[in-house]
Ligand binder design. Structure first.
Ligand code: FES
Ligand code: FES
Length: 190
């Protein structure tokens, strides 16, 4: 289904007119036609023009990962890319992660492992984790920690986030924690 969304007024000041460009974004399987200034980020297009506010704006500078979405299955910081560059790309936001009424396994695991507090970073964490799993590079919890390091959580829910992702990936996080606890501390130099 195609939805035509109302364009933003060309000018707020009435002094100069912003030249907008029609863009068709395919988001969560639905086409949305919007008229936007060419410099509009994908993040702003999603939130301000498509009313998809699940994707969060944290830093707006590519540093926190709150705005992570999937483009053609790959995770990207939507604040760092322009919407006009994704005219023919499949975009998945947190609103499109679940299968109808059934939560995505990562969404369920985040609930089961109490992997969020305020929840602000959670949409980006989950989208990023979906991308991480499809990349196929993470084999251990240490890999998960490294490959999720672009997603900041101000509440510090990291241990439970890693538990949730490990659970979905079938990585035995508990054994790895136990092994780490049993390994001797490195000798301190004096
Ligand atoms: S809002 Fe995009 S990385 Fe922080
Ligand atoms: S749960 Fe609050 S910022 Fe991560």
């Amino acid at each position: 289904m195609s939805t035509v969304l109302a364009p933003e007024p060309l000018s707020r000041t009435g002094v100069s007119k912003i030249e907008t460009k029609p863009v068709t974004l395919t988001i969560n399987g639905e086409k949305k036609e919007i008229n936007i200034a060419p410099w509009t980020s994908l993040l702003d297009a999603l939130r301000e023009y498509c009313n998809l506010t699940g994707t969060k704006k944290g830093c707006d500078h590519g540093q926190c990962g709150a705005c992570t979405v999937l483009v053609e299955g790959k995770r990207v910081n939507s604040c760092l890319t322009l919407a006009v560059m994704h005219d023919d790309h499949a975009i998945t936001t947190i609103e499109g992660i679940a299968d109808a009424e059934t939560l995505h396994p990562l969404q369920q695991a985040f609930i089961d492992h109490d992997a969020f507090q305020c929840g602000y970073c959670t949409p980006g964490q989950i989208c990023s984790a979906v991308g991480l799993i499809s990349e196929g590079r993470a084999k251990t919890t240490a890999d998960i920690q490294e490959l999720m390091s672009g997603n900041i959580c101000r509440c510090g829910a990291y241990p439970h986030i890693v538990d949730a992702i490990s659970d979905v990936m079938g990585i035995d996080n508990q054994n790895q924690k136990s092994a780490a606890a049993l390994s001797p501390e490195p000798a301190k130099s004096i």
